[in-house]
Design a protein around this ligand. Sequence first.
Ligand SMILES: CCCCCCCCCCCCCC(=O)SCCNC(=O)CCNC(=O)[C@H](O)C(C)(C)COP(=O)(O)OP(=O)(O)OC[C@H]1O[C@@H](n2cnc3c(N)ncnc32)[C@H](O)[C@@H]1OP(=O)(O)O
Length: 184
Amino acid sequence: MTRSSLTTPPAGAAVPSPEAGGPEPGTTLGSHYSRCFGCGTEHPTGLHLAARTPDGATVEAEFTVGEAHQGAPRLAHGGVLAAAMDEVIGMSVYLFRKPYVTGRLETDYLLPVPVGTTLHLRAWCNGIVGRKAYLEAEGRIGAPDGPVAVRAAALFIEVDMAHFAEHGDVAAIAAEHHDYEVNP
Ligand SMILES: CCCCCCCCCCCCCC(=O)SCCNC(=O)CCNC(=O)[C@H](O)C(C)(C)COP(=O)(O)OP(=O)(O)OC[C@H]1O[C@@H](n2cnc3c(N)ncnc32)[C@H](O)[C@@H]1OP(=O)(O)O
């Protein structure tokens, strides 16, 4: 992954242990909001990521590129692929039961991704220092061990619930079903 210093964890950055109160290995992670472009089941043209954590520390999901996701004819739009990376990374930091938002997202596009391709996504955390979480993701074509089409590195910043209340509609999120609480 080509990345800047801004998304590279400093020496000694610790990765929280899966035993620190997150979901159990094997848990399916529900959508955080039904109209989310990344994971919302009610979004008509969204990515519809249905994620799970195999080990309590990483997140896996699949995304099948559809007609609504094109840039060049029959090829996925790069911004849509970045959105898939953002979402699966967002879900992986969600494992730590604190709200985070994307501060910076860096993306490498290695292969074109045709419409109809299923991308196998995986995201994980490389370390957390204070409010900063350093995360990474990859998207592989056709199978979990298929060729890597997209890689991303990200810096997510921990926020409090006031962030969503002040700038968005926290009640709309809170009103929906969650498989586990963000801030128990
Ligand atoms: C009810 C349920 C709710 C839960 C919902 C879950 C939603 C899941 C959604 C999943 C969907 C997918 C996810 C999405 O799509 S999230 C949506 C996309 N992201 C956003 O909308 C975020 C917009 N930005 C902000 O709100 C603020 O800028 C934030 C909150 C990020 C920071 O402003 P704040 O005033 O709070 O903090 P600070 O400015 O003192 O910065 C703190 C530290 O961070 C460093 N820094 C900051 N930015 C950058 C940067 N770009 N590069 C490098 N470094 C950066 C900064 O230098 C400082 O470092 P240091 O000086 O301490 O060393």
